[in-house]
Design a protein around this ligand. Structure first.
Ligand code: HEC
Ligand code: HEC
Length: 319
């Protein structure tokens, strides 16, 4: 009996050592690094591409990387849930040392698709990735980042190092991984194919489904439509004062989703945050004023085709 207890004691001790060892490894090593295998590409930019890149960036990059001075100098991410620690969206102006002046077109494409930076560091999930964005749209963003726009003028603004929590580091070892770089060109669907185009906008380009599905942890980035509770809302998102706002159910459920909405009401809410007989939409719902009515209409057409899910988001506020 004594012998068994002794062996058991040694075993438990060993397991504890492995756990402590693993935990200290993760905690010292920090966010993991990978080998950057950036493609060799040179983007032939024209003014149409730069304008489209700027429009897309204003919808999906500026919120994090633009600070109060209106430059892409980066800032503290005030709405990062505190359990992940503290993170700064970096300076992405064209400064050689403090910005992204040294990135090549290929390195930017590789980072935006996979999450691996030019130095091999892995950008955690709070930096968005675009595995399904069309090559044209991706190249437009890169063309914009290289353009003469005033908000990109080299700035030597520096931020303190981000301080990811142990949980954030741990998740970057076990759950959050770089995404594969596509091995074939990606072409966006024709806008004439409204439903397919709407799906492209709502997933690959404007990433509506990430916020509008129940949680980021269960998001299926490579196959968005397989995300549990796809578009049924309920994702708990802190606003800038730390108060939790739940995303809404955008499926066509009559009682808890948009089943009773008209297309006009949807477009008004999406573009300007305005709803009939209800308060305006709050942060972090971005205003999509620069999205065209055709694009908004395509997203609406797509939402009408996805599985209807009953999910009463209002009930979450009272629970
Ligand atoms: C939700 C916030 C958020 C959004 C949206 C976002 N980023 Fe970032 N970005 C970050 C954070 C945080 C990092 C730093 C990641 C890390 O720890 O390495 C980052 C890193 C980067 C880097 C690497 C900089 C370097 O020094 O290596 C580039 C380039 C970049 N982002 C460009 C973009 C572009 C272009 C977009 C839009 C298409 C975008 N980001 C959207 C938060 C964001
Ligand atoms: C950063 C997260 C985020 C993204 C990205 C996002 N939303 Fe939202 N959305 C929200 C939040 C949070 C609310 C709820 C705001 C509130 O209750 O005041 C909301 C509310 C809405 C509503 C109101 C629905 C209702 O029942 O009142 C519509 C419509 C909507 N979003 C459409 C979209 C579309 C379309 C996209 C993509 C183009 C999108 N959202 C992208 C966070 C987001």
């Amino acid at each position: 009996m004594k012998k068994i207890l002794k062996i058991l004691g040694i075993l438990i001790g060993l397991i504890a050592l492995i756990i402590i060892g693993g935990a200290s490894y993760i905690s010292i090593k920090g966010i993991p690094s990978y080998e950057a295998q950036s493609p060799e590409i040179t983007i032939e930019a024209d003014s149409t591409m730069i304008a489209e890149g700027k429009r897309l960036a204003s919808l999906v990059c500026h919120n994090c990387h633009m600070n109060q001075s209106g430059l892409l100098e980066g800032k503290l991410m005030e709405d990062l849930p505190p359990e992940f620690g503290k993170a700064y969206a970096p300076n992405i102006t064209q400064h050689d040392k403090y910005g992204i002046g040294r990135y090549t077109d290929g390195e930017l494409a590789y980072l935006l698709r996979t999450g691996i930076k030019r130095d091999g560091g892995y950008a955690p999930p709070w930096m968005v990735k675009f595995p399904h964005l069309s090559d044209y749209d991706l190249h437009s963003v890169i063309a914009y980042l290289r353009s003469e726009q005033p908000e990109l003028k080299p700035s030597n603004k520096q931020h303190p190092d981000s301080e990811p929590s142990f949980l954030a580091k741990f998740l970057c070892y076990v759950a959050f991984k770089p995404l594969p770089y596509p091995d074939a060109p990606i072409i966006a669907p024709d806008p004439g194919d409204k439903v397919a185009y709407g799906k492209y906008l709502a997933t690959a380009k404007l990433d509506c489904y990430g916020c509008h599905s129940p949680s980021f942890e269960s998001q299926n980035i490579m196959e968005p439509e397989k995300t549990p509770g796809y578009f049924s809302g309920g994702n708990a998102m802190p606003n800038l004062s730390g108060e939790i706002i739940y995303t809404r159910n955008l499926t066509m459920d009559k009682a808890t989703g948009m089943g009773d909405w008209t297309e006009e009401q949807f477009i008004k809410a999406m573009k300007y945050g305005q709803r009939d007989n209800a308060p305006s939409l709050r942060y972090p719902m971005p205003p999509y004023a620069v999205v065209t009515d055709e694009e908004a209409s395509a997203i609406w057409a797509y939402l009408k085709t996805i599985p209807v899910i009953e999910n009463d988001v209002d009930a979450l506020y009272t629970n």
